[in-house]
Design a protein. Structure first.
Length: 341
């Protein structure tokens, strides 16, 4: 550059000015041609092809997180439902088994007490058993809340000490068959097992109409009184033992519903917050980028005094400082050329 003469400098200056004027005229008078050209940004900083920065931010910071949160919440809710179902189902089975054992234990205890009393009173006839207040108190005991024990004789199944005095001495097979209908075979299997002396199988379930008219499962055991032809039938509704579990299940389902609603509220709230943040920050960021793009376009057509109004202390601020230094460098280069002229 030190060897350049005045004539050459004049030619360079004129060429630079003509290029700047042509570029400015092309940007002002031929927007249609510029819109079809290769650049991806226009003078306003707007994207000409593909997704804009704001769209990308919305996709990255809203769509993807929302999708991940929704999937996570769905899987969490599914696992919670499975856990609740498993806990309540297993708990119900455990409590049901404990109830069965409790009923059987009561039957065995009553059978042992009746055996002892009969051994001490060998002359007590079966017709007089219900009339003996001491023996009747031993033979009839509560099982659960609504259940009871009955002293009976099998083959045929006859009640000899029953809470209902009208049934004492009555063969119950026909009566119960009429009451149970299609459910009677389940009851009959329990009686049949007792006839064969297999205590381990003399127990089971059958449906019986509750006081509210609902058919509910009853569990019954038949415990033989050793050395006699009698057995102690102990029976009650099994739901008396499992009702707390049903209440727990209902409570667990309510907790599951509440958790699901909280997840939905959390997702909706997060979506609103992310939307606000992305909208405000994205608008601010895009505005700064468009401003810098506009300044760069003005510098490219010779407006070296274009003012950069960005003072942020981040990457955008660094870019603004770089463009400012480029302006200063261009000014100094032009001044040096003029001085050397």
């Amino acid at each position: 550059m030190d060897d350049i003469d005045d004539e050459d400098f004049d030619d360079l200056e004129r060429a630079f000015q003509e290029s700047a004027q042509e570029a400015a005229q092309e940007a002002a008078t031929a927007p249609e041609e510029k819109a079809t050209a290769a650049p991806t940004k226009d003078a306003g900083g707007k994207s000409k092809g593909g997704m804009g920065l704001r769209v990308k931010m919305i996709f990255l910071f809203m769509v993807i997180p929302l999708l991940l949160m929704t999937v996570s919440a769905f899987l969490t809710q599914q696992q919670l439902n499975l856990l609740t179902k498993d806990i309540t189902t297993e708990s119900a089975e455990i409590v049901k088994t404990m109830g069965e054992r409790g009923i059987a234990d009561i039957g065995k205890a009553v059978a042992a007490q009746c055996k002892l009393y009969l051994a001490q009173n060998p002359g007590l006839k079966r017709e007089d058993m219900a009339a003996d207040p001491t023996f009747a108190k031993l033979a009839i005991q509560k099982v659960g809340t609504t259940g009871y024990t009955v002293l009976s004789a099998v083959g045929p199944f006859t009640a000899w000490v029953h809470p209902n005095p009208k049934l004492n001495g009555v063969v119950l097979n026909k009566v119960i068959r009429k009451l149970l209908g299609s459910e009677y075979p389940r009851f009959a299997r329990i009686i049949a097992a007792a006839d064969k002396g297999k205590d381990v199988k003399s127990r089971g379930y059958y449906l019986w109409k509750d006081t509210d008219g609902q058919m509910r499962e009853k569990f019954m055991t038949l415990t033989p009184i050793e050395g006699t032809d009698y057995s102690i039938a102990a029976t009650t509704y099994i739901h008396e033992f499992t009702s707390p579990i049903r209440a727990l299940k209902a409570q667990s389902e309510e907790v599951g519903t509440t958790t699901r609603n909280l997840n939905l509220i959390t997702i909706a709230g997060t979506l609103v917050i992310i939307s606000l943040v992305v909208t405000l920050y994205g608008h601010n960021l895009v505005t700064k980028i468009r401003h810098l793009t506009n300044v760069a376009d003005r510098i490219s057509v010779g407006e070296l005094d274009a003012e950069i109004k960005i003072k942020s202390k981040d990457e955008i601020g660094s870019l603004a400082d770089a463009i400012t230094r480029m302006q200063d460098s261009l000014r100094l280069s032009i001044e040096r050329l003029r001085k050397r002229r």
